[in-house]
Design a binder for this molecule. Structure first.
Ligand SMILES: [Mn+2]
Length: 293
Protein backbone atom coordinates (compact mmCIF):
# COMPACT_ATOMS: atom_id res chain seq x y z
CA UNK A 1 0.00 0.00 0.00
CA UNK A 2 1.44 3.36 -1.03
CA UNK A 3 0.43 6.84 0.07
CA UNK A 4 -1.17 9.22 -2.43
CA UNK A 5 1.27 11.19 -4.62
CA UNK A 6 2.45 14.64 -3.60
CA UNK A 7 0.34 16.39 -6.20
CA UNK A 8 -2.22 19.15 -6.00
CA UNK A 9 -5.32 17.59 -4.45
CA UNK A 10 -3.66 14.14 -4.82
CA UNK A 11 -4.66 14.24 -8.47
CA UNK A 12 -3.16 11.71 -10.89
CA UNK A 13 -4.69 12.67 -14.25
CA UNK A 14 -2.50 13.24 -17.29
CA UNK A 15 -2.46 16.49 -19.24
CA UNK A 16 -4.57 14.82 -21.95
CA UNK A 17 -7.30 13.89 -19.46
CA UNK A 18 -7.37 17.19 -17.59
CA UNK A 19 -9.22 20.44 -17.98
CA UNK A 20 -6.93 22.28 -15.54
CA UNK A 21 -3.14 21.92 -15.21
CA UNK A 22 -1.42 23.01 -12.01
CA UNK A 23 2.21 24.06 -12.23
CA UNK A 24 4.45 25.48 -9.54
CA UNK A 25 6.71 28.43 -10.41
CA UNK A 26 9.00 28.88 -7.40
CA UNK A 27 10.65 32.15 -8.48
CA UNK A 28 11.05 34.93 -5.91
CA UNK A 29 14.18 36.83 -6.91
CA UNK A 30 12.74 40.36 -6.93
CA UNK A 31 10.66 40.18 -3.78
CA UNK A 32 11.35 43.53 -2.20
CA UNK A 33 10.42 43.01 1.43
CA UNK A 34 9.75 39.53 2.82
CA UNK A 35 11.11 36.90 0.44
CA UNK A 36 10.40 33.18 0.33
CA UNK A 37 7.48 32.69 -2.06
CA UNK A 38 9.64 30.05 -3.79
CA UNK A 39 8.40 27.77 -1.02
CA UNK A 40 4.73 28.43 -1.75
CA UNK A 41 4.05 25.79 -4.47
CA UNK A 42 5.11 22.96 -2.14
CA UNK A 43 3.20 24.44 0.81
CA UNK A 44 0.03 24.96 -1.26
CA UNK A 45 0.27 21.39 -2.62
CA UNK A 46 0.71 19.98 0.85
CA UNK A 47 -2.36 21.89 2.06
CA UNK A 48 -4.40 20.91 -1.00
CA UNK A 49 -4.00 17.22 -0.15
CA UNK A 50 -5.87 17.73 3.10
CA UNK A 51 -8.90 19.57 1.73
CA UNK A 52 -12.12 17.56 1.68
CA UNK A 53 -13.34 16.74 -1.83
CA UNK A 54 -16.95 17.56 -1.08
CA UNK A 55 -17.66 21.20 -0.25
CA UNK A 56 -20.68 21.19 2.08
CA UNK A 57 -21.24 24.94 1.90
CA UNK A 58 -21.51 25.06 -1.87
CA UNK A 59 -22.75 21.50 -2.49
CA UNK A 60 -19.96 20.93 -4.99
CA UNK A 61 -17.72 17.91 -5.36
CA UNK A 62 -14.21 19.22 -5.96
CA UNK A 63 -13.26 15.80 -7.23
CA UNK A 64 -15.31 16.57 -10.34
CA UNK A 65 -12.66 19.13 -11.28
CA UNK A 66 -10.37 17.48 -13.82
CA UNK A 67 -7.01 18.63 -12.53
CA UNK A 68 -3.53 17.39 -13.35
CA UNK A 69 -0.37 18.48 -11.58
CA UNK A 70 2.70 18.88 -13.80
CA UNK A 71 5.06 19.67 -10.92
CA UNK A 72 7.32 22.71 -10.70
CA UNK A 73 9.12 24.32 -13.60
CA UNK A 74 12.87 24.93 -13.44
CA UNK A 75 13.32 28.58 -12.66
CA UNK A 76 16.60 30.44 -13.02
CA UNK A 77 16.93 32.35 -9.76
CA UNK A 78 18.09 35.91 -10.28
CA UNK A 79 17.61 35.73 -14.05
CA UNK A 80 14.08 36.73 -14.91
CA UNK A 81 14.37 36.74 -18.72
CA UNK A 82 15.40 33.07 -18.73
CA UNK A 83 12.72 32.18 -16.18
CA UNK A 84 10.08 33.96 -18.27
CA UNK A 85 11.18 32.01 -21.35
CA UNK A 86 10.75 28.67 -19.55
CA UNK A 87 7.38 29.74 -18.12
CA UNK A 88 6.20 30.79 -21.58
CA UNK A 89 7.28 27.49 -23.18
CA UNK A 90 5.60 25.46 -20.45
CA UNK A 91 2.33 27.38 -20.63
CA UNK A 92 2.30 27.16 -24.45
CA UNK A 93 2.47 23.39 -24.16
CA UNK A 94 -0.46 23.36 -21.72
CA UNK A 95 -2.52 25.65 -23.98
CA UNK A 96 -1.79 23.40 -26.97
CA UNK A 97 -3.65 20.67 -25.11
CA UNK A 98 -6.63 23.02 -24.66
CA UNK A 99 -6.11 22.90 -20.89
CA UNK A 100 -6.44 25.84 -18.48
CA UNK A 101 -3.13 26.70 -16.75
CA UNK A 102 -3.22 27.15 -12.98
CA UNK A 103 0.11 28.61 -11.88
CA UNK A 104 1.28 28.67 -8.28
CA UNK A 105 3.88 31.37 -7.61
CA UNK A 106 6.35 32.50 -6.65
CA UNK A 107 6.25 36.24 -6.84
CA UNK A 108 3.91 38.24 -9.05
CA UNK A 109 6.29 38.64 -12.00
CA UNK A 110 5.66 35.01 -12.99
CA UNK A 111 2.29 36.21 -14.31
CA UNK A 112 4.14 38.11 -17.06
CA UNK A 113 5.75 34.91 -18.38
CA UNK A 114 2.37 33.18 -18.40
CA UNK A 115 0.66 35.97 -20.35
CA UNK A 116 3.41 35.93 -22.98
CA UNK A 117 2.30 32.39 -23.87
CA UNK A 118 -1.16 33.46 -25.05
CA UNK A 119 -1.13 34.28 -28.76
CA UNK A 120 -4.56 35.85 -28.44
CA UNK A 121 -4.15 38.01 -25.36
CA UNK A 122 -6.76 37.62 -22.63
CA UNK A 123 -8.45 40.28 -20.52
CA UNK A 124 -6.26 40.42 -17.41
CA UNK A 125 -8.01 40.71 -14.05
CA UNK A 126 -5.85 41.10 -10.98
CA UNK A 127 -6.84 41.07 -7.32
CA UNK A 128 -4.04 42.87 -5.50
CA UNK A 129 -3.44 45.27 -2.62
CA UNK A 130 -0.73 46.94 -4.71
CA UNK A 131 -0.90 48.67 -8.05
CA UNK A 132 2.55 47.37 -9.15
CA UNK A 133 2.66 49.99 -11.89
CA UNK A 134 6.20 51.33 -11.52
CA UNK A 135 8.25 51.52 -14.71
CA UNK A 136 11.25 50.23 -12.80
CA UNK A 137 12.11 49.49 -9.20
CA UNK A 138 15.74 49.47 -8.02
CA UNK A 139 16.70 49.70 -11.70
CA UNK A 140 14.82 46.48 -12.42
CA UNK A 141 12.00 46.65 -14.97
CA UNK A 142 11.07 43.08 -14.07
CA UNK A 143 10.62 43.69 -10.37
CA UNK A 144 7.34 42.48 -8.91
CA UNK A 145 6.61 46.16 -8.24
CA UNK A 146 6.40 46.70 -12.04
CA UNK A 147 4.41 43.66 -13.09
CA UNK A 148 1.12 45.31 -13.95
CA UNK A 149 2.83 47.83 -16.21
CA UNK A 150 4.81 45.10 -18.00
CA UNK A 151 1.68 43.01 -18.52
CA UNK A 152 -0.20 46.08 -19.73
CA UNK A 153 2.46 46.46 -22.43
CA UNK A 154 1.52 42.95 -23.60
CA UNK A 155 -2.28 43.01 -23.37
CA UNK A 156 -3.04 46.74 -23.57
CA UNK A 157 -3.82 48.80 -20.50
CA UNK A 158 -7.51 49.02 -21.30
CA UNK A 159 -7.69 45.23 -21.29
CA UNK A 160 -6.93 44.99 -17.60
CA UNK A 161 -8.84 45.39 -14.38
CA UNK A 162 -7.20 45.68 -10.95
CA UNK A 163 -9.48 45.13 -7.96
CA UNK A 164 -8.89 45.90 -4.27
CA UNK A 165 -5.93 48.25 -4.71
CA UNK A 166 -4.94 50.13 -1.56
CA UNK A 167 -1.23 50.82 -2.01
CA UNK A 168 0.82 52.62 -4.65
CA UNK A 169 2.89 55.75 -5.13
CA UNK A 170 1.19 58.90 -6.41
CA UNK A 171 3.28 58.59 -9.57
CA UNK A 172 2.01 55.04 -10.14
CA UNK A 173 -1.61 56.05 -9.59
CA UNK A 174 -1.33 58.96 -12.01
CA UNK A 175 0.51 56.79 -14.55
CA UNK A 176 -2.19 54.14 -14.36
CA UNK A 177 -4.93 56.73 -14.88
CA UNK A 178 -3.09 58.24 -17.85
CA UNK A 179 -2.64 54.79 -19.40
CA UNK A 180 -6.38 54.12 -19.12
CA UNK A 181 -6.04 51.19 -16.72
CA UNK A 182 -9.30 50.06 -15.14
CA UNK A 183 -8.81 49.87 -11.42
CA UNK A 184 -11.17 49.71 -8.48
CA UNK A 185 -9.55 50.78 -5.26
CA UNK A 186 -10.39 49.32 -1.90
CA UNK A 187 -12.51 52.33 -0.86
CA UNK A 188 -14.79 51.74 -3.82
CA UNK A 189 -14.94 48.02 -3.03
CA UNK A 190 -16.02 48.80 0.52
CA UNK A 191 -18.42 51.64 -0.11
CA UNK A 192 -20.18 50.90 -3.37
CA UNK A 193 -23.22 48.61 -3.39
CA UNK A 194 -22.92 48.14 -7.11
CA UNK A 195 -19.22 47.29 -7.36
CA UNK A 196 -19.91 43.61 -8.16
CA UNK A 197 -22.32 44.60 -10.95
CA UNK A 198 -19.71 47.01 -12.27
CA UNK A 199 -17.11 44.23 -12.37
CA UNK A 200 -19.49 41.81 -14.09
CA UNK A 201 -20.17 44.49 -16.68
CA UNK A 202 -16.48 45.17 -17.36
CA UNK A 203 -15.58 41.49 -17.90
CA UNK A 204 -18.83 40.51 -19.64
CA UNK A 205 -18.23 37.93 -22.40
CA UNK A 206 -14.47 38.33 -22.17
CA UNK A 207 -11.80 35.64 -21.97
CA UNK A 208 -10.46 36.37 -18.52
CA UNK A 209 -7.07 35.53 -17.10
CA UNK A 210 -7.26 35.88 -13.32
CA UNK A 211 -4.25 36.71 -11.19
CA UNK A 212 -4.73 36.56 -7.44
CA UNK A 213 -2.10 38.23 -5.31
CA UNK A 214 -2.73 36.78 -1.87
CA UNK A 215 -2.11 40.20 -0.30
CA UNK A 216 -5.47 41.42 -1.60
CA UNK A 217 -6.85 39.65 1.47
CA UNK A 218 -6.73 41.32 4.85
CA UNK A 219 -3.40 40.29 6.43
CA UNK A 220 -5.41 39.35 9.50
CA UNK A 221 -6.70 36.45 7.37
CA UNK A 222 -3.62 35.87 5.21
CA UNK A 223 -0.49 36.82 7.16
CA UNK A 224 1.95 34.81 5.08
CA UNK A 225 2.58 37.23 2.20
CA UNK A 226 5.60 39.20 1.01
CA UNK A 227 4.22 42.74 1.39
CA UNK A 228 1.33 42.74 3.89
CA UNK A 229 -0.92 45.79 3.59
CA UNK A 230 -3.57 46.68 6.20
CA UNK A 231 -7.28 46.35 5.34
CA UNK A 232 -8.30 44.08 2.47
CA UNK A 233 -10.92 41.47 1.68
CA UNK A 234 -12.12 38.66 3.86
CA UNK A 235 -12.14 35.20 2.31
CA UNK A 236 -15.94 35.39 2.11
CA UNK A 237 -15.80 38.73 0.29
CA UNK A 238 -13.26 37.35 -2.15
CA UNK A 239 -15.68 34.53 -3.01
CA UNK A 240 -18.23 37.24 -3.90
CA UNK A 241 -15.77 38.78 -6.35
CA UNK A 242 -15.12 35.36 -7.88
CA UNK A 243 -18.84 34.90 -8.41
CA UNK A 244 -19.12 38.32 -10.04
CA UNK A 245 -16.25 37.48 -12.39
CA UNK A 246 -17.34 33.95 -13.21
CA UNK A 247 -20.98 34.82 -13.80
CA UNK A 248 -20.20 36.77 -16.93
CA UNK A 249 -16.78 35.79 -18.32
CA UNK A 250 -14.78 32.75 -19.43
CA UNK A 251 -11.74 31.68 -17.43
CA UNK A 252 -8.70 30.87 -19.54
CA UNK A 253 -6.02 30.85 -16.85
CA UNK A 254 -5.31 31.68 -13.24
CA UNK A 255 -2.33 32.26 -10.99
CA UNK A 256 -1.93 32.64 -7.25
CA UNK A 257 1.14 34.56 -6.15
CA UNK A 258 3.10 36.16 -3.30
CA UNK A 259 2.40 33.61 -0.57
CA UNK A 260 5.37 33.30 1.82
CA UNK A 261 4.59 30.21 3.88
CA UNK A 262 7.37 30.66 6.40
CA UNK A 263 5.52 33.63 7.93
CA UNK A 264 2.27 31.76 8.48
CA UNK A 265 1.27 28.15 7.99
CA UNK A 266 -2.42 28.95 7.43
CA UNK A 267 -2.01 31.18 4.36
CA UNK A 268 -1.06 28.28 2.00
CA UNK A 269 -4.11 26.37 3.26
CA UNK A 270 -6.32 29.31 2.38
CA UNK A 271 -4.48 29.54 -0.95
CA UNK A 272 -5.17 25.90 -1.80
CA UNK A 273 -8.83 26.33 -0.92
CA UNK A 274 -8.99 29.47 -3.05
CA UNK A 275 -7.67 27.63 -6.09
CA UNK A 276 -10.39 25.02 -5.70
CA UNK A 277 -13.03 27.76 -5.29
CA UNK A 278 -11.84 29.63 -8.39
CA UNK A 279 -12.05 26.46 -10.46
CA UNK A 280 -15.44 25.60 -8.95
CA UNK A 281 -16.80 29.06 -9.80
CA UNK A 282 -15.70 28.85 -13.41
CA UNK A 283 -16.66 25.19 -13.73
CA UNK A 284 -20.22 25.98 -12.69
CA UNK A 285 -20.34 28.80 -15.21
CA UNK A 286 -19.01 26.68 -18.04
CA UNK A 287 -21.38 23.81 -17.23
CA UNK A 288 -24.23 26.24 -17.73
CA UNK A 289 -23.12 27.67 -21.03
CA UNK A 290 -20.44 25.63 -22.75
CA UNK A 291 -20.79 21.95 -21.84
CA UNK A 292 -17.08 21.38 -22.34
CA UNK A 293 -15.06 18.30 -21.49
MN1 LIG B 1 0.60 42.80 -4.02
Amino acid sequence: MFTAPFTFGRRELSLKEARYAVIGIPYDSSQSYRSGSRHAPAAIREASREIEDYDILSDFNLHDLKICDLGDIDVSFGYFEETARVIEDTIRDILKHDVIPVSLGGEHTISYGVIRAFDKKPFYVVLDAHLDFRDEYLNNRFSHACVLRRIGELVGFKNMLAIGVRSGSLEEINGAKEAGLNFIDFNECENSDSVLDKISGIVSDKNVYLSIDMDVLDPVEARGVGNPEPLGFSYRELLGYLRALSSSSRLIGVDLVEICPQYDSYTPILGAKLIFKVLEAFERQSQLSLGKK
